[in-house]
Write a protein that binds this ligand. Structure first.
Ligand SMILES: [Fe+2]
Length: 140
């Protein structure tokens, strides 16, 4: 009895916890990079600031590319009702990219105080965005 019973069905979105954990980890690393850059801006170390800001740009470009090309399309395929939310998240990526351009410009012009202000704005934007993204990926 029970030998021919089919295996239990896979839980829906069984990989969402792992995927979200990976994204949350990347978000934490991006935040740490922002913090390090803020510390270097405070002591006006232009060379390190440019290196760190360039690292932040590469890390964000790579992170956004995975989200926009892999995670969001996969999420949308399973949950078409999330289209508006995902488009909003993609729009926020564009805002972050514009802030990054401005940050790199300020650092290149050795305007450290202005760069610190842009970074502070960028960080606030990123924090809110990442929280919305993690909620969306965790519990669609
Ligand atoms: Fe993200």
């Amino acid at each position: 009895m029970g030998r021919n019973r089919p295996p239990p069905p896979e839980p829906r979105d069984s990989d969402s916890g792992e995927r979200n954990h990976g994204i949350a980890l990347q978000h934490a690393k991006l935040g740490a990079l922002c913090d390090t850059l803020r510390q270097h801006l405070a002591v006006e170390d232009s060379e390190d600031c440019l290196t760190l800001a360039s690292q932040l740009r590469l890390a964000l470009d790579s992170h956004f590319a995975v989200e926009e090309n892999v995670l969001f399309p996969a999420l949308l395929a399973r949950h078409p009702e999330l289209r508006e939310q995902i488009e909003s998240l993609e729009g926020e990526h564009e805002s972050v990219r514009r802030q990054l351009d401005q940050l790199l410009f300020c650092i290149g012009a050795t305007s450290h105080a202005q760069a610190a202000s842009v970074l502070s704005h960028l960080r606030a934007l990123l924090d809110g965005h990442e929280a919305r993204e993690e909620r969306c990926l965790e519990d669609p």
